[in-house]
Design a protein around this ligand. Structure first.
Ligand SMILES: O=C(O)CCC(=O)C(=O)O
Ligand SMILES: [Fe+2]
Length: 308
């Protein structure tokens, strides 16, 4: 049995922003994962999103397939995705539904279940999407402070101007157990973007590996904390910080119990250039990555995962 990770807790409501920024710096350099509390997204709303998500995933497969993923929005069935592209398993044992940015220019790409049976579904999802984005933007300001930058640094470089933010509803059916050979709910991966804000339903399964370069990988459980988001740093933030902030490897193991989660990926505007921050490199620690356009990076990572 793996141990539980003791992740730091960051309180988004504390007025002393500099001390919070210091704690965020420590959390991001040591773990790349932390709990976020007092983030402003009400428990009742989170619960409603879980309820609506359960309702959608309980539809027959042919109904769900009518909303099959287009432009990275909509439904992805079981085993269609493999987050660990080196794994030989048949695919991850999960189904998901993606809801993309709500800005006027892009929101029409989203797909929605029929209004007749899912009367408030869209409104609830849009409300959650907007509120988590707002919490995420506040957190990004603190992350800038944690990097000794002006707190509006990421805004000024355009990263938060119509950001690529995707809410992903996830359902792990729970028909498999740990002993099932090579099968994962979500195989080992790091997230691609800036930060991810995750809500979990209390069923265990999420694990992190703190030292991805030390094989064999050692895994620790990330336990559910009521009312908290589990936040993690993504690969683009790791590139910006020249690996000062860690994009930590994680996975979801099958525990023989059905599990739901809500992952919100907050990624920069596609035209934003992600390049090593000046404060994060010097002669003894040279730049590890060339500059890259965020949209190009994301496209390539998604191509590798989905094979298109
Ligand atoms: O469901 C979870 O707990 C984690 C999901 C995840 O890591 C992802 O979708 O990137
Ligand atoms: Fe992830």
């Amino acid at each position: 049995m793996s141990e539980a990770a003791h992740l730091p807790i960051i309180d988004l409501s504390i007025p002393d922003r500099l001390s919070t920024a210091g704690l965020i710096r420590q959390a991001c350099t040591e773990y790349g994962f932390f709990y976020l509390v007092n983030h402003g997204v009400e428990d009742e709303l989170v619960e409603k999103v879980f309820q609506e998500s359960r309702k959608f995933f309980s539809l027959p497969l042919d109904e769900k397939m009518k909303l099959y993923r287009k432009e990275h929005r909509g439904y992805t069935p079981l085993y269609a995705e493999k987050l660990d592209t080196s794994s030989t398993s048949k695919g991850d044992s999960k189904e998901s539904f993606y809801i993309g940015p709500l800005d006027a220019a892009k929101s029409n790409l989203n797909q929605w279940p029929s209004q007749e049976c899912f009367t408030s579904w869209r409104a609830i999802m849009e409300c959650y999407h907007a509120k988590v984005l707002s919490a995420g933007k506040r957190l990004i300001c603190l992350i800038a402070l944690a990097l000794n930058l002006e707190e509006d640094y990421f805004e000024k470089i355009g990263a938060l101007d119509e950001p690529e933010c995707f809410l992903r509803l996830l359902h792990y059916p729970g028909e498999h157990r740990l002993s099932d050979e090579g099968l994962c709910g979500a195989s080992a991966h790091s997230d691609y973007g800036m930060i991810t804000l995750l809500a979990t339903d209390g069923v265990p399964g999420l694990q992190v590996c703190r030292e991805k370069f030390n094989k064999p990988w050692a895994w620790e459980y990330v336990l559910h904390m009521k009312g908290a988001f589990i936040v993690n740093i993504g690969d683009m933030m790791e590139r910006w910080t020249n690996c000062l902030f860690r994009s930590t490897l994680h996975r979801v193991m099958p525990e023989g119990r059905e599990r739901y989660s809500l992952a919100f990926f907050l990624d920069p505007n596609s035209d934003c250039i992600v390049e090593c921050l000046e404060s994060c490199y010097n002669e003894s620690c040279p730049k590890g990555f060339p500059p890259i356009r965020s949209g190009d990076y994301l496209k390539e990572r998604l191509r590798l995962t989905y094979g298109f």
